[in-house]
Design a protein around this ligand. Sequence first.
Ligand code: PLP
Length: 466
Amino acid sequence: MVGLVGLGGAVGRGGSRVDFHWMGARADGGAMTAHLTAKRAAALSSPTMAGPDISRRVGGLKPSVTVAVAATARAMKAAGEDVIGFTLGEPDFDTPGFIKDAAIEALREGQTKYIATLGDTETRGAIAQKLTEENGIPGLTWEHVAVSAGAKQALFVLMHCLFDQPAPGEPTGQLVMPTPTWVSYEPIAELAGAEVVSLATRAEDGFRISPERLGEAITERTRAIVLCSPSNPCGTMYAEEDLLAIGRVIEGVVERAPGLVVIVDEIYEKLVYGGARHFSLGSIPAIAERVITINGMSKAYAMTGWRAGYCACPGAFGKRLMKAMGTLQGQISTNTTSFIMPAIRAALRDGHDEVEKMRSAFESRSHVLGERLRAIPGLRMGAIEGAIYAFPDVSAHFGKVSPKGARIESSLTFCEAMLREQKLAVIPGEDFGSPGEKHVRLSFACDEQTIDRGTERLAAFVDSLT
Ligand SMILES: Cc1ncc(COP(=O)(O)O)c(C=O)c1O
């Protein structure tokens, strides 16, 4: 059996039961008691029977709904059900061969030992060169770059270098975060001691925060802002003029928030559509030394499993920050895998044609998916501008009932009922922050035939609601 909490369940053809347990489950298994007898639950909760405790900090973490939905869909498939999934944010292409060859060669050559914690100088230099030439970020050398095990680890280490657990009587440092946005920023920042200030955006603005609202949210307690462009989950992005205006606001608030930095997650920078040009906030000279750029190999080069991400910031602060990140990462994992360093360099140097092939395939899928979704009654969405996601508003169907009696009251109940009744897995938008609760996220990291079959099921589900 898979799953813990009684939000209903599905019985596979093979007779095995797959339960849904996306919301409210906790990392310490706190939700598990919902299925236990009262006696056993009481025994388990007694300190002598329950065994050692998990720390409150980690025990209170909510597991990612994205991963949980994908796991439920996988379990249903394993139980023999014909499930279609639009869940995971990972390119379905294989890593290009020449990138693999660079790693294989390095492995054969014996590059199998510990290396410098933040990556070798050559690779850090190649990343600095990429960010200078392609992104226009000034003043970068290898000393302003850190390589980590994925952009996620870079963010984790970074946030711990920016935030402190407040001392008694000291105000908590704040992270300002326009939403909907990627689910991991909030828990990572909170673990580091930050208080997260969410700013809800609007679908009609392409989920972009206005420079004025961003400026108003910044106080002397604001330590960092995090922007994700192109956006997971929204599939929209900030244009150059939006970022120039945001840059002027940042420049203007520095007196009020002298320690302010902006973290810009550009992991989807290569996946942009409709002839749009990606623009880096870090290329604005007046604020460049306050902008920390996060990026990595996962999405552009189909290298999610390699765990290769990086972080960069120019100037004296950038250098200090990288040193601090090295100290912390040195206590976590030391370097990310040694023999992938030449592969990172090969990808950055020679990957343009392969990236363009994948980008163009994603663009054509974005058109197919967008067209199919807009044809479904009650679904509302704007253009898909970047990343690999469509994020339609399904709230026109709230208040309805499914054929099997599920009351659709939220994005979560919409997704649960659709998975159970149409075997279609998409991600409920609640976890991404407001107004995500009206939306569902569909990844188009799948072939067009899957998009056709999946959207037929989505249309059938919507049609079945009364
Ligand atoms: C916006 C965003 N940032 C960062 C990451 C993490 O990427 P990585 O595989 O490099 O850790 C993801 C992964 O889904 C993402 O969507």
